[in-house]
Ligand binder design. Sequence first.
Ligand code: NAP
Length: 338
Amino acid sequence: MTGTALVTGGSGYIAGYIMRQLIGEGWTVHTTIRDLAHEQSVRDVLAVDNARLKFFAANLLSDAGWAEANARCSHVVHVASPLARKNPKNDDELIIPARDGALRALRAAKAAGVKRFVMTSSIVAIAYGHGNKEQTFTEADWTNIDSPDAYSYVKSKTIAERAARDWIAAEGDGMEYVSVNPSLVLGPIMSGDFSLSLESVKKLLEGSLLGCPDIAAGIVDVRDVADLHVRVLTAPNMAGERFIASGPSLKMIEIARILKSGLGAEGRKVPMRRLPDFLVRLSALFDPLIKQVTGELGKVRRMDASHANEVLGWLPRPAADSIIDTARALIDHGVVKL
Ligand code: NAP
């Protein structure tokens, strides 16, 4: 099946891989970016059949451009949503664009007669605020946003997915809604402009961490995340579905071991010791990204992705392959200087 699909946030990491796969499979793709001045640089990076790709200016915070972007589209993949490199001053900096942008995209899609709307949510909308040190989560779980471990990004993704599902129930009028909920997305980058999710591998490679904080994350490859979005876009009976996209949960020290053994000399700066929790808390005073993860110390959230496998035959590649491919791409693009 092919046709015309809108993929929002065309300058982003995950959206780039989704667009590449869709165009490779014969789709025509509309995409939104905030400023059309960046169209050529995004095209250069994607290196796809340009005739099958059309750009529209649209911001999650404004109605302008959304109707044009959705025109003639039968399917939408709504990927755009803010990630924060620094701790935002208040939660609304992330919540408002995530929630209101999703509702804006939904309204425009419905007005254009779109049949299916796939939204990139996250496992942070599933697995936070449950208290336990170790737990396995499924699509039936929802994050409790009133919990202390629900930082701004966690709240933004949970509130946006809830708002989208509530809107569909009240006003969807038959438009199908599905979410894909990835864990930490790693894998090759297409350019030196990289997603925040690769920051931990970057820090390990360049030796800027004294050791590995006792934190864990489910790992999934960007190519597999894109593939799951495309499967969800075209499979039958998807209305209301929710799919976790995750491989195994690895502790940071396990990621470090994979880098060390897979990279040879290029892995020489990767630290091989666990950082004591008190030192992580101390570093958090100076580094806002570390501050976000102090609540994660000692926790392991395991994600059960069997639903995507059973319904869609989706099987992610081994996490070690993604980790090594991430590292090689960061080095090749000069993001990490050894
Ligand atoms: P990314 O590369 O930072 O992409 C985010 C995209 O959202 C960019 O295209 C960005 O545009 C766009 N965006 C942000 N604020 C916007 C606004 N106000 N108006 C219009 N566009 C805006 O991040 P990514 O890793 O690909 O993430 C894409 C999606 O996957 C997000 O929904 C994220 O929550 C979700 N996700 C990511 C991960 C992960 O580990 N990476 C895991 C789970 C879920 P600009 O280029 O103009 O900033």
